[in-house]
Ligand binder design. Structure first.
Ligand SMILES: Cc1cc2nc3c(=O)[nH]c(=O)nc-3n(C[C@H](O)[C@H](O)[C@H](O)COP(=O)(O)O)c2cc1C
Length: 451
């Protein structure tokens, strides 16, 4: 069968979408603390046969700008962040085939805790769980989680490697056939088939045995989005669904080849992963209608949305600079977090030391970033081009508002992609792995991945 696209919805358990102004959109639902809000989104995505609904997360509100949260709260800039796993379960109860992924940080949790959470979700959703492994970004998160500042970048990934070994080791504690459940003999499970882990490493200790039997998928699907050299090495070693960006077709191709190369170097099959490029679509029945929708969306963002999210994402207080003041070389070098934003602004502005205004203009942060605007044909053409050029195996689709932006995608874009044979017409199976075409891992299969 011809290669087909993987489709992921980019969701938040918060008051807005990727677009902070989305809550002000006239068609946005504002009951984001109700289960019904998430369940409606889930039903829309499942109607469109999305493989996965993925919830991002950050363990702080954006309060880096001016070292204060007042602006974020006043303007609703990603200031409500509920626990994504609890929300994920609410969505899972209203859907049957949609995969369900959530983000959990390796920097601030214990492996046993994370292993148990996602193993439980995999059981409760009959094999639809995925874990987005992040190492976290900024000082706000550190200060909420008992630290003074964010740990150094590569060290976060070294720790994350060991975190993965512990989590995967715990997930392997019970053989598939360990449970006996024989009331007559009183044998509940076979003790020879349940093992301690006895992990004693540089960063973690976990004895086991793990307390959740092996899950429907063998283990939940591992999602990752590292973009630096070290991050890609980590993604190549562990990731089964990998999120990436493709600012241009050329850079998308480079990133795709680099990630597949990292998987090969780690001793993995580079085809046993789906690389999904992040994008936003504004779609409608016709191009003209989509352009009208985009015109409305252009009016929603405030400058403070961008300043706040730039400060959060780059771990630097943009309030310390005047609008037309250049960032010094030392300041730019001190940025951490989403460094691709910094590098993109330097490249697009043509300045080694861009001003704050350059960051607003060229990063497009806080606005609808890189939207594909059009009717079914225009949007499908762009997705097909990116897919056919080997920039990706699929897409992680952000929404300008919910649930409307996903409903538009499902009603206008999905049928066109299906008509072209680029996208499945129905789910292939019951579990997320089956739908992604990933094998159910045997116990210990992950150990093939080398450092
Ligand atoms: C589509 C996408 C989703 C992401 N979601 C999160 C998230 O929920 N939480 C988070 O802390 N980082 C998230 N990130 C950031 C990545 O985990 C990663 O830190 C970032 O891409 C920078 O790469 P690096 O860690 O290799 O420097 C996301 C990145 C992308 C592209």
């Amino acid at each position: 069968m011809a290669r087909q696209m993987v489709m992921v919805g980019f969701l938040q358990a918060q008051n807005c979408t990727n677009l902070p102004a989305s809550w002000r959109h006239p068609d946005s639902r504002t009951d984001f603390m109700s289960p019904d809000y998430y369940q409606e989104i889930g039903r829309v995505l499942e109607r469109g046969k999305f493989h996965l609904a993925f919830f991002d997360d950050r363990l702080a509100m954006p309060d880096r700008y001016g070292d204060d949260h007042a602006h974020a709260v006043a303007h609703g800039i990603r200031c409500v962040k509920m626990d994504p796993i609890a929300v994920l379960m609410a969505m899972g109860m209203a859907t049957e085939r949609l995969g369900l992924g959530a983000t959990c940080s390796t920097t601030y949790y214990e492996p046993f805790h994370v292993a148990r959470l996602f193993a439980t979700v995999d059981h409760m959703t009959k094999g639809r769980a995925g874990w987005n492994v992040v190492t976290s970004l900024n000082d706000g998160e550190a200060m909420n989680m008992g630290r003074a500042s964010v740990t150094e970048h590569d060290l976060r990934y070294d720790r994350a490697d060991e975190f993965m070994e512990v989590v995967l080791g715990l997930w392997d504690a019970w053989d598939d056939d360990a449970l006996i459940l024989d009331k007559a003999s009183g044998r509940f499970a076979d003790p020879a088939k349940v093992r301690r882990l006895d992990h004693r490493g540089e960063h973690f200790r976990a004895r086991g045995p793990f307390t959740v039997p092996r899950t429907p998928q063998g283990h939940p699907v591992i999602i990752q989005a590292g973009q630096s050299g070290r991050g890609r090495r980590f993604a190549g070693r562990w990731g089964e669904v990998i999120f990436a960006t493709a600012p241009t077709v050329e850079r998308g191709k480079e990133g795709y080849a680099a990630l597949k190369g990292e998987a090969e170097r780690a001793g993995r099959d580079p085809d046993a992963m789906s690389i999904c490029v992040s994008l936003t679509t504004v779609s409608a029945a016709t191009k003209a209608e989509a352009e009208d929708k985009m015109a409305l969306l252009e009016r929603l963002p405030l400058e403070i949305d961008a300043l706040s999210l730039l400060s959060e994402g780059l771990n630097f207080d943009f309030a310390t600079k005047a609008m037309d003041e250049q960032l010094t070389t030392a300041e730019l070098a001190g940025f951490s977090g989403l460094l691709s934003i910094r590098d993109g602004v330097v490249r697009s502005s043509g300045k080694a030391n861009p001003t704050v205004r350059d960051f607003l203009r060229f990063s497009n942060r806080g606005r609808v970033e890189g939207a594909i605007v059009g009717g079914p044909k225009e949007v499908a053409d762009r997705l097909e081009d990116l897919f056919a050029a080997n920039t990706c195996d699929g897409f992680v689709v952000g929404a300008t508002h919910v649930p409307g932006a996903y409903a538009d995608f499902v009603d206008f874009v999905v049928p066109e992609l299906q008509r072209r044979g680029l996208y499945h017409r129905d789910y292939a199976g019951a579990t997320l792995r089956e739908n992604l075409g990933l094998p159910r891992p045997a116990i210990g299969a992950w150990k093939r991945a080398t450092r």
